[in-house]
Design a protein around this ligand. Structure first.
Ligand SMILES: *[C@@H]1O[C@H](CO)[C@@H](O)[C@H](O)[C@H]1NC(C)=O
Ligand SMILES: *[C@@H]1O[C@H](CO)[C@@H](O)[C@H](O)[C@H]1NC(C)=O
Ligand SMILES: *[C@@H]1O[C@H](CO)[C@@H](O)[C@H](O)[C@H]1NC(C)=O
Ligand SMILES: *[C@@H]1O[C@H](CO)[C@@H](O)[C@H](O)[C@H]1NC(C)=O
Ligand SMILES: *[C@@H]1O[C@H](CO)[C@@H](O)[C@H](O)[C@H]1NC(C)=O
Ligand SMILES: [Fe+2]
Length: 459
């Protein structure tokens, strides 16, 4: 199998970017191979009896002083305790917290014991060790809490979407992992792609959890639900959407006064992050609509200058894939995004990369597919980054000519980094898997819409 990975040779001719009607369509070409999942044996369970596995952490409260630690024990529910202590204090000054345990069945699959333990009231900007399991199965990890929420706090987010568990996924993941800058990951949905296998083989959820553990156990991944999280399969008697996902991945939605884990918000450093669900009702009067309407009133740009929204299905997308799928949600919510000067909207779903100009009010001719967006200084920049490298392969057909809302697009796998410097400036880079990590195939300074609403495209 490793030979396959190596044979995913990249056929490159120079990134002969050329200008069309709109922005840049990068002509960087990669040879297409069938996307193949890595074998389960590549990610064996850790050694030791009933050893905790699939360890992952996420923010556990509103402001970043809480962490949810999650893991799976395959054979029995105990031990169900996390021991943790500040790295600069004595290990004897430890604390313990008990997990809440859940299990679920999916068709003929029965999950292990899924643990979620919430630690709260940690110090800001502090490294902690934590330990789970016992005896020969004891495992130790660490994380660093974010700095106190404030307007000029620098912070760097990784951005990854539609990851899956193929050899391409491994490249994306390892590429992000090799860069020490990322402090937390904004994950825009579609995790394991278990549902692409017969009977939604939920063992793929387990292998995915083990695959990403070396990052997710050490830094929070902020989760968004995508279509591959739905696992809605009436033909298998599985009628509860999002069942595996919501059992396995907990998020702090209650502290955001949300009624569902599928939409919520957090504050982290200088960012206010709103997560929406493209696959839950959002029409007028729905819970998500009412929550979001109220949510914007809570954002104080004096406190958190950077307003970032994550949602799976993109609103501005010039690929032939999932064309206009995000349109009804755009029509519902775009006015709020513009009025509230959202800085950045991150999406996945389309398995390629695209970055927009600041535009709003796109109008489509649905017969000829031409569109006319309006340049809008108050509008978000839209990034589509569903290019994690999953089993469904690359989206490599563009709509032509390139619409003028599209600033840059390229059909390659990769990930991005958002380096927030202060209340006005953030440096954004996109890294294609083919290059070494320090190389940025697309990069720009992003200016904050509230504090410094200059036009980036004129730079
Ligand atoms: C579920 O059933 C399918 C079809 O019979 C089988 O291939 C698969 O191995 C079973 N999975 C489990 C977890 O038993
Ligand atoms: C994933 O990538 C890493 C780093 O390149 C490599 O060491 C590892 O063997 C890869 N895993 C698989 C299953 O190919
Ligand atoms: C939409 O496109 C069709 C087909 O090209 C064209 O006939 C029609 O006039 C266009 N409509 C508008 C409002 O531009
Ligand atoms: C795209 O073209 C339309 C129509 O010519 C124009 O109104 C709009 O401002 C342009 N948008 C951008 C981002 O250049
Ligand atoms: C914010 O960061 C940018 C980029 O590093 C820098 O040029 C600018 O001077 C900073 N602004 C302030 C007020 O420090
Ligand atoms: Fe998707």
């Amino acid at each position: 199998m490793a030979a396959i990975a190596q044979s995913i040779a990249l056929l490159l001719f120079l990134s002969l970017a050329y200008l069309s009607h709109g922005g840049i369509t990068s002509r960087f070409m990669r040879k297409l191979e069938a996307s193949v999942d890595m074998p389960a044996e590549a990610f064996p369970p850790p050694s030791g009896h009933n050893a905790p596995e699939q360890v992952h952490i996420t923010q556990g409260d509103r402001n970043g002083r809480g962490v949810i630690i999650s893991w799976v024990t395959p054979l029995s529910p105990k031990p169900n305790v996390v021991r943790y202590w500040a790295a600069d204090s004595d290990e004897d000054h430890d604390h313990t917290v008990r997990s809440r345990i859940t299990t679920y069945k999916y068709y003929n699959y029965t999950s292990g014991f899924i643990h979620h333990a919430t630690i709260s009231d940690l110090e800001y900007d502090t490294k902690y060790f934590y330990e789970i399991g016992s005896g020969d199965a004891k495992r130790r990890f660490f994380f660093t809490t974010p700095p106190m929420v404030g307007p000029d706090v620098p912070y760097t987010f990784g951005i990854i979407g539609d990851l899956g568990q193929t050899y391409d996924s491994n490249q994306t993941f390892e590429h992000y992992y090799s860069n020490s800058k990322g402090q937390a990951v904004l994950f825009v949905g579609d995790l394991s792609y278990a549902d692409n296998h017969p009977f939604h083989d939920n063992r793929k959820w387990d292998t995915w959890g083990r695959f990403v553990e070396k990052s997710t156990a050490y830094q929070p991944w902020i989760w968004t639900a995508g279509n591959h999280e739905m696992d809605f399969a009436p033909e298998l008697g599985e009628n509860t959407p999002f069942k595996p996902f919501t059992h396995r991945y907990h998020v702090p939605y209650k502290s955001a006064q949300s009624s569902s884990p599928l939409w919520y918000s957090i504050k982290r450093a200088s960012a206010y992050i709103i997560v929406l669900s493209s696959y839950s009702a959002y029409g007028t009067y729905t819970p998500q609509y009412q929550w979001l309407k109220n949510e914007f009133t809570k954002v104080k740009r004096e406190e958190t200058p950077w307003l970032i929204v994550m949602l799976h299905s993109p609103w501005y997308n010039s690929y032939d894939y999932h064309y206009m799928e995000g349109e009804s949600m755009r029509v519902m919510f775009e006015p709020w995004f513009v009025e509230n000067k959202v800085d950045l909207v991150l999406s996945g779903h389309v398995h390629a990369y695209e970055r927009s100009e600041r535009v709003s009010n796109v109008r489509y001719n649905i017969t000829n597919r031409l569109s006319t967006p309006i340049r809008d200084i108050n509008a978000p920049m839209y990034v589509t980054i569903g290019d994690g490298g999953n089993i469904e392969g690359l989206a490599n057909q563009f709509t032509e000519p390139q619409p003028n809302y599209s600033a840059f697009r390229e059909a390659s796998f990769g990930h991005a980094l958002l380096e927030i410097k202060n209340r006005t400036h953030a440096y954004y880079t996109w890294h294609r898997n083919h290059d070494n990590e320090p190389v940025a195939a697309d990069s720009l300074w992003i200016y904050n819409r509230y504090w410094y609403p200059e036009d980036e495209s004129s730079q």
